[in-house]
Design a protein around this ligand. Sequence first.
Ligand code: NA7
Length: 547
Amino acid sequence: MADHSGTTSSSPPTTSPTRYDVDVVVVGAGFAGMYMLQRLRSLGYSARAFEAGTGVGGTWYWNRYPGARCDVESLEYSYSFDEELQQEWEWTERYSSQPEILAYANHVADRFSLRESIQFETRVEAAKFDEDDNVWSVRTSDGQTTVCRFFVMATGCLSSTSLPTFDGIEEFGGTTVHTGQWPKEGVVLKGKRVGVVGTGSSAVQAIPVIAEECDELIVFQRTAQYTIPARNAPLDPSTQADIKSRYSDFRDANFAMPQALGAEIPKFNDSIHDVSDAERERRFENAWERGGTLFMTSFNDVLVDESANVYAQDFVRQKISETVNDPAIAAKLTPHHIIGCKRLVIDTDYFETFNRSNVSLVDVSDDPIEKITTNGLLTQTAEFELDVLIFATGFDAMTGSILRVEITGREGLTIQEKWSAGPRTYLGLTVPGFPNMFTISGPGSPSVLTNMIISIEQHVEWISDCIEWLDSRDASTIEAEINSEEEWVKHVNAKADRTLFPSCNSWYLGANVPGKTRVFMPLLGFPGYARRCEEVASNNYEGFVIQ
Ligand code: NA7
């Protein structure tokens, strides 16, 4: 790698081709940023990460709401890059809770001394590519500018919260909080009248826990939710020991799965139309009892054929009617859209919670929210008095945290201009016009449709290999060609269009954020993607201009 000189300064330094502060600036210290730092440093590169929070963990640092938990199993949702790390860490539950994942993130930061390369409580505000010297100048919220050769956005897919504009919100006399920015000190719920707006994954996890604690809970639902039992439980030590005894094979098997997880779950490659009614019920029932998001893989066509999908919808609808005592409430909780086109949610006692006497449900698709008042929330027909109002209204997913930074590439083009009609990338990793900039789990990569940690590792390793390759050739820039971007966008859309994914208003499409351009952002199919990335690299980074 190249030598470097210069120090961080409060004004943009005059750069010469060899003057920069660090080889790489990494934005964010979640799981992507942490591994990027670790990998670069182990290869001898200098790197600095900027992180807005006071600690590591990214999404697991911010999402501290009651009940927050991963929907990927613990032994899969963990780093695989270091054998000692994966052997020494003991998970306690099938699905880890937010505090346990955050403790794991802190353990990783300590184990690899990552904190010395992270500047906390510092937001990256802008980054500008200098075409004369092929460096990026990165401006941070402390007024400093750091010059680097490579700029990596490790900002996460679900880190920019989305709060709809409700009239009167600032007049509310109680406490308002977003699940994605839950305060470290917690929120007092005991003895309170609590309202939750939203019934996505965050709300589905939080509602049963909040209901236990508060006096009265009112759930404001716009779209009823399909959710499958998680069947979370303490992790059997013998299961953990077994997987650890063959961890590398376990990881390899998952790497070959479409979502980079679930290799040991029974797989079926037949159509729902080719089995008997009894077999169909049996498979769904087994998947329901097993718990987890792989309910949808009970047949090969549930996510591609609407008539197949209806069977899965009916099965879950039947479960709701069996679980919820009051038929009127069960009817309100019953979804009618395609199952799985919004991210399938897994839960612990979600539908059961609506049998509690302190929980009520307001269907705001029928009776829309008019405004927030001093005392609570007003719908078209009623006012609900509340002490705490929780917004579980989701995220400006995949692009929000990238577009929040003023990123300027060649010829003054900003990422905001470049993506004004929706995000466009090559491999979900790079953007034409923005040389030496990489996005980890960016739009156009499998990201949120996979086990994120495995996707992150694949990206980090590809990026660091690429930087090493460039340096081995004394090349100073890599930049995606516009044709490569064009082809890639077509490829991502074609994959999605063969499925039912684009058929409803999901955050995968950006449909949850008013005014956001609708583009299906993640790429379906992890193994094919990883192979393509390898081919690109081994063909001397085809599709890129190297200078
Ligand atoms: P989601 O899944 O985007 O859910 C947001 C929820 O908020 C959803 O039920 C929305 O209803 C609801 N919402 C959004 N805006 C409004 C307004 N204006 N009025 C009423 N209700 C509204 O976010 P989560 O945080 O739950 O989960 C995000 C991901 O994090 C999840 O998929 C996991 O991967 C982890 P809608 O469905 O749009 O009608």
